[in-house]
Write a protein that binds this ligand. Structure first.
Ligand SMILES: Cc1ncc(COP(=O)(O)O)c(C=O)c1O
Length: 464
């Protein structure tokens, strides 16, 4: 985490305060109207909380796309944006519609994506994943990250014959995870997404998922003690918003070994960004299971659960089976994406691009007097305006003003292989204008007046 305290800059601030009044607002009316309609026919509006317009810019966000390529996105009104935000919710490491992945997928479609027989690519992919992660011996597949995590937890429970899970971080929408909020509806609040409701989760799962906190070994010790002899799994991301402190992952491994619990690393988001494979490879701690999804296949549905033989073979004693987990496109896309990530040193590009953006945030905020905090690893960078309860409002203003300058932008910048120097240069220019507007809004305490719609949501909320 890096804290940047902005120095005061009087020059130009008046000029920039007038820019906001003069800038014509981009017209996204078709997408906005379609989303209004969607909320009436699709509960929650979309299938993913992170794609709700309310999470970015309520009543102003374009909401839908007609076309995307590289880092460029065209909305339903023909507006073109450069994506400097979450880039397909971290699914598209290579950028949108990557030519190599898409050409492999198109040829798989031409050869038939589904059959009574299995696709051989799932064996090739299993071999490649075990080669990249020499501690792993076997692989199963799913298509979504949350469902793959559910498979991993089932395997751990089946392998140990125990029920309880100690976890840290966000791992999807499934019962095993949300059950944590049955005993205390704020258990999940410190774990990435606040406000997740356990409605619909059987009460009998109460106290089967116990939270602990990253880099706080004593909280894991407490969670493990609470689970006692019934601890089936320890579930966590090896890295998310901060690096593990010296010895933390080793301590987690030690607790798993001492208690006989299965150690599951969720690499759905952290994998493939700093290195080709799980980020745990860099930290030298091997889990018993690692789970990949999203970036594994550049946006095509695909997930892999890789693990040691003794745990993975529990899949023979429990029933884990689904028709569309056998289709061909997912494994073909994953093979093409991994081969490209290796041949082009994609993690190197993501790191470099992420660091360039962090430098821009730090430099410009300092110049124009804004206090910010920068979190995360370079490919998954997050900027927070450090103004307490006003922060969410300032972030909404940031997204509004960046949108009007042709950028999809949020707190998070997730780098892709398709981000090039020209995008970063254009982004810096826009950041210079927008950070000054925000600094002016802080000084004048008038961010609310500058917003043309409501403040964005910071977590899960029922939609009006
Ligand atoms: C660490 C982690 N685990 C699991 C998930 C759930 O994946 P999906 O949305 O593909 O179900 C996510 C998604 O954001 C994630 O970041």
């Amino acid at each position: 985490m890096r804290k940047v305290l902005g120095a005061k800059c009087e020059t130009e601030s008046e000029a920039f305060r007038t820019v906001i009044k003069e800038k014509p607002v981009i017209d996204c009316r078709t997408g906005i109207a379609l989303y209004r309609k969607a909320k009436n026919i699709i509960p929650g509006g979309t299938q993913l909380l992170s794609k709700r317009p309310e999470m970015f810019l309520p009543d102003q966000w374009p909401a839908y796309y007609s076309k995307c390529k590289g880092v460029e996105v065209t909305d339903l009104d023909g507006n073109e944006f450069i994506d400097m935000s979450i880039c397909g919710v971290v699914a598209c490491i290579l950028g949108y519609a990557d030519p190599d992945v898409d050409s492999a997928v198109k040829s798989a479609i031409d050869r038939g994506s589904m059959s009574t027989l299995n696709c051989p690519e799932e064996v090739e992919l299993a071999e490649l994943l075990c080669e990249l992660h020499p501690w792993a011996a076997m692989v199963r597949y799913a298509r979504g990250g949350g469902e793959a995590m559910s498979v991993a937890v089932r395997l751990a429970r089946a392998a140990t014959g125990r029920d309880n899970v100690a976890f840290c971080g966000y791992h999807g929408w499934h019962d095993w995870y949300l059950s944590s909020n049955l005993s205390d509806d704020r258990n999940l609040d410190g774990q990435l997404l606040p406000g997740l409701s356990p409605a619909g989760i059987p009460r009998s799962l109460n106290a089967t998922a116990i939270p602990f906190h990253f880099n706080q070994p004593e909280t894991l010790k407490d969670a493990a003690a609470q689970c006692g002899k019934n601890l089936a799994a320890i579930v966590m991301e090896p890295v998310r918003h901060s690096e593990p402190e010296e010895g933390f992952l080793q301590y987690v491994r030690e607790i798993a070994d001492r208690t006989g619990a299965v150690l599951i690393f969720d690499e759905v988001t952290s994998g493939w960004r700093m290195n080709t494979g799980g980020i745990h490879l860099i930290h030298g701690v091997s889990p018993d299971i690692a789970v990949f999804a999203k970036g594994l296949s550049n946006g095509y549905p695909m997930a892999a659960i890789i693990g040691i033989r003794s745990v993975m073979e529990a899949a023979q004693r429990t029933f884990i089976s689904s028709t569309c987990w056998t289709e061909k496109i997912g494994p073909v896309a994953a093979l093409a994406a991994i081969k490209k990530m290796i041949s082009q040193n994609v993690p190197g590009h993501l790191n470099e691009t992420g660091n360039m953006v962090r430098d821009i945030w730090a430099r410009v905020s300092e110049e124009c007097g804004l206090n910010i905090i920068i979190h995360g690893i370079p490919p998954l960078s997050i900027v927070s305006f450090d103004y307490g309860e006003k922060s969410q409002m300032l972030h909404t203003l940031f997204t509004q003003e960046m949108l009007n300058r042709g950028f999809l932008a949020s707190k998070a910048f997730y780098a892709t292989y398709a981000h090039e120097n020209e995008h970063i240069v254009a982004y810096e220019q826009a950041i210079r204008e927008v950070f000054r507007i925000i600094a002016g809004a802080v000084e004048d305490n008038n961010a609310e007046q500058l917003l043309k719609g409501p403040v964005s949501h910071g977590g899960f909320k029922r939609l009006a």
